[in-house]
Structure formats: C-alpha cells, structure tokens
Design a protein around this ligand. Sequence first.
Ligand SMILES: *Cc1c(COP(=O)(O)O)cnc(C)c1O
Length: 363
Amino acid sequence: MNLKPKPGILDITPYVGGRAEAPDGAPAVKLSSNESALGPSPLAVAAYEEACRDLSFYPDGNARILRDALAELHHLDPDRIVCGNGSDELLSLLARIYASAGDEVVFTEHAFLVYRIAALANSAVPVAVPETDLRADVDRILASITPRTRMVYLANPNNPTGSCLSGAEVRQLHAGLPPSVLLVIDAAYEEYVQRKDYEAGDVLVTQFDNVVMTRTFSKIYGLAGLRVGWAFCPASVADALNRVRGPFNVSVPAQRAAVAALRDREHVARSIAHNETWKGWLIRSIRTSTLRVDDSEGNFVLVHFPPGAHDAKAADAFLTARGYILRPVANYGLPHCLRLTIGSEDANRGVAATIADFMRQKQ
Ligand SMILES: *Cc1c(COP(=O)(O)O)cnc(C)c1O
C-alpha cells in the first residue's frame, strides 16, 4: 500500500473511554469516567433544550457569550480565552501548533494519556518522566528537558493518580524551563481541589508567555456529553489556536448550556460538598478492607490491589459481574490499581460493600 500515515500515527494506541455497561449488556453503575455524581445544573439542561429551536443556525465561531461569562467569573481577559470541543481538542491543537517531527513532548509517567497521543499524532517524541510516589517530580521533569523539548504537559491534579503539585512547585517547574518550552497546565479538576496551597495556573499565564492553562465543563459542571473546554493563554498562543481550530468548534447548545452551568454557583457548591463527603467516606471505607487507597484532589480515587487472588483483574471481574464498572488503569502503568469515580450515595455505598465482599471472598 502506498498510503502511509505520518510517522507516529500508527504508534498511537487509541484512547478507550470508560465502559458504561457490564459485558452482557446488563445495566450497571458507571464509575469509570470521572463524570459528575450530581450531573449538570438543571439550568444548563433548560438552556440546552431551549437551544433546540436554533439548530439551523451556525454557532458564533468566537463563542463570545461563553468567553465573556468565563472572563467575568474568573476575572480574566476574554481575548485570551479560547473555547474548544472539550479540553482534549485544545490539548491536541497545542501539540499541532508547537511540536514538529522529532521534537520532544514531556509529561509524567502516569499522566493523562491524551498527551502521548497528541505528541505522536504530530510525529513528535513522547517523553514520559518517572514520578516519585505516584506524583509528578519537578526535579525529574526539569532533568528531562533537552534542546529538542518543545512542550511540557502537566495534569494538575493528575488523572488517574489524584496527586497534585502546590502552586509553589508549579512555579518552580516553570522557572526551570527555557522560555522556548510551552508549559501546558491541565487543570480539569481545579474546582474539586481543597488544598490551600494549590494554584490553577491562571496567574502564571498572565505573567509569562510560555504557559497555558486548560479547563473543562466535563467534570464539575457535569457536561461531558456536550464537549466543552477552554484554555487561558498568552495572546500569541490564543492567536495561534484561533488560526488552527475548527471555525465552529463549540456548538450552539454547548455554548448556551455551559454559560447557564457557570452561573449556577449553588449547584457547583453542592457538587463540591458531595464530592468531599463521599470521597472521604469511600477512602475510609475501602481502607477498612485493608486496601491501599491514595488521597486524591479529584472526583475519583485510586485503589491498589495486592498481587494474587485479590488482584486488580479479579476485582474488576468481581465488581463488573455485580454491576459496578470501575476503570482498569494498566495502560497508565498501574496494573495493580482500579480507578473509582465518586458516585451517588447509593453507588458509593454499593461499591464499597462489594469491594468488602470481594476481599472477604476466599479463592
Ligand atoms: C477528564 C479530563 C479532561 C477533560 O477532557 P474533556 O475533553 O474536556 O472532556 C482533561 N484532562 C484530564 C486530566 C482529565 O482527566
């Protein structure tokens, strides 16, 4: 065959989302994709339904209403905000803009898989830097920088580990990078973070022209199905993104529902409170079953299973057979773990009881 994809494309392992149902198609509780336990604001749903009347019209390609609402809420310059079809689109476009064939794109060992895909899709070289205790290590990241490095992706907090760097650590990372390297801070879980020393990255973006922060409506706002994300950028990066993105990359219903979701601060507060209560409860409960569960700054926890009869594979099969779908994370280099999204009260109680049953079971 003469038709050949660019170098790197066939090295991509396609991204596989969390399963939604048990293999036999039986209804199941989906705790595999870090979706919101409470779902979207009713105001967002109403705005979406209302938008059905205008489906014959193209969206505003500049997503003006959404950028203005984001700028107002977060006190940012709307001209430096670029909206995307999920933050995944923006993360990929940044690699398309800044990475050429043979350039190096750095991320950490257990980082979000989209970064590797973005690098390979542009024939760049993915560089996975070892973590320390399942946490990004600033010194190790800086030690991996070479003259070929163009970008560093940092998920903060990281998925699937739930670990997080302090604002001071992120600033230290940035300070050690050459000005020609773009630091992309993916703050998809920002709203869930409780640590007082955390900084999302927007202040760094206002101070330096080689830092971008990406955010999403897929997590706390419960709009994963609509596909809306945004990036806060230096002016030159916003300009480049606006040249390469699809001209109408955020649909009419997506823009309107996202604006309505932003305005419902009570719903956001409820979602944060639910997450805090049940994340703490799940961690304590699963630790009672003698399993290691790491602290997490997101809406999910990483559960470690021992080798042998009670390993992660057996746990996944046991839980799936009982209607609880978690996320195996072997493809993240974590074959002994399952990632569990914080769900509704019923889901949390049910999955904790089922994990306890699994650990009591003799095999
Ligand atoms: C869920 C998630 C996103 C969000 O992706 P969208 O394309 O906005 O749905 C981005 N980064 C990380 C680390 C995530 O876990």
